[in-house]
Design a protein around this ligand. Structure first.
Ligand code: PLP
Length: 369
């Protein structure tokens, strides 16, 4: 199997698994318990919080562990004060778009920020938001489909100067480009463990102490009373270890991914009728979303699967009816062309040989039509 879908999820790093195992069996105490077994679990969570804080340049106390990026995004939007408006970019992940729509149904005014043909939020959209003065703006740091990186630090500066709170979904950016919470200048940031070779079902919301978080789960007061529920200790330990490795190996991983992406794009450039979406944008070093004129992306995905290659398509299946990717549509891509999209997202274990094999198989499938 040649796995080229790391933006969907990345395989668990063996070193992460090793760090997690004792907390699934030996150190099974509840971190809220006062005896030794409980304290061991609590210390392990504290250590993981420090490992993650070191990766993103925050204090450990600014991190709330959650069940993943989806929960972190929902928790971030829940800070919205009553009556306040909300603005989110048109290319956000469903875990932002859907809670935003829910808030809209509850009476909050919702504004979608336009993006340009390269999938990047425009200054005009920011100017309009400043005029509207919503309670919160959410804009992702890197898009999961195109890999386009947003100029979050630049826009956050303009927005926070107007007392508008800013959230960024940095789930796809973490580990792939530098993510420094303070340098971004945002108030809230979402992260997910399984995109950085940690376990699934674990994430974090990072917050600036000036923000009042409104919990979405109430109970035993865990995570500073902001996210109740007995902590998923092993997963948090795994997330911490994955963060430590992402920091230690950042330069090496980045160089490897960029080398593979360059090789991939060189191979793709020889295929006629092929478009790389958001090509002119600064993109994640591991992501290429492409389409070949007249070739259905999902069909191509299935044919590649038969050749042992895993990629993803750019369309979402809603009630059996295939919709073109809302991200591409927001970029002004024609809906028929959007249905040609497939996404290749590389990982640290991919090799040059795998890229050559992918290009060979892709060319042969396209020639067969
Ligand atoms: N945000 C983005 C940009 C994502 O790509 C994803 C996952 O695909 C999420 C949020 C959700 O993260 P999780 O799978 O941890 O809930």
């Amino acid at each position: 199997m040649i796995y080229l879908d790391h933006n969907a999820t990345a395989p668990l790093d063996d070193r992460v698994l090793e760090a997690m195992l004792p907390f699934l069996k030996t150190f099974y105490g509840n971190p809220s318990s006062l005896y030794r077994l409980g304290r061991a679990a609590k210390s392990a969570i504290d250590a993981a919080r420090e490992q993650l804080a070191a990766l993103i340049g925050t204090q450990p106390g600014q991190i709330i562990f959650t069940s993943g990026g989806t929960e972190a995004n929902n928790l971030a939007l829940a800070m919205l004060p009553l009556q306040a408006g909300l603005a989110v970019s048109a290319i956000e992940h469903p875990s932002i778009i859907e809670p935003a729509r829910h808030l809209q149904s509850q009476g909050h005014q919702l504004t979608l920020l336009d993006v340009d043909a390269n999938g990047q939020i425009t200054q005009d959209a920011i100017d309009e938001v400043i005029r509207l003065k919503p309670g919160l703006v959410s804009m992702m740091l890197a898009n999961n489909e195109t890999g386009a990186v947003q100029n979050v630090a630049h826009y956050a500066g303009q927005l926070t100067a107007q007392d508008i709170k800013v959230h960024t979904d940095a789930v796809q950016a973490l580990g792939k480009i530098p993510v420094d919470f303070n340098r971004l200048g945002v108030d809230l940031m979402s992260l997910s463990s399984h995109k950085i070779y940690g376990p699934k079902g674990c994430g974090a919301l990072v917050f600036n102490k000036s923000v009042t978080i409104n919990p979405i789960l109430w109970g035993g007061g865990q995570e500073q009373g902001l996210r109740a529920g007995t902590e998923n200790v092993a997963a948090i330990v795994g997330f911490g270890k994955a963060a430590e490795l992402a920091k230690a190996e950042f330069a090496e991983r980045h160089a490897h991914l960029l080398k593979l992406r360059t090789l991939l794009e060189h191979g793709l450039s020889a295929i006629s009728g092929l478009t790389i979406f958001a090509e002119q944008a600064e993109r994640l070093p591991n992501t290429v979303q492409m389409g070949v004129c007249g070739i259905d992306g999902e069909m191509l995905l299935m044919q590649l699967d038969q050749k042992g290659i895993a990629v993803s398509s750019g369309s979402a299946c809603a009630s059996g009816f295939r919709e073109p990717s809302p991200v591409l549509v927001a970029m002004g891509v024609d809906p028929d062309q959007a249905k040609t999209a497939i996404r290749i997202s590389l990982g640290i274990a991919n090799t040059e040989a795998e890229i050559f094999e992918f290009i060979k198989q892709l060319k042969s499938l396209i020639e067969k039509g």
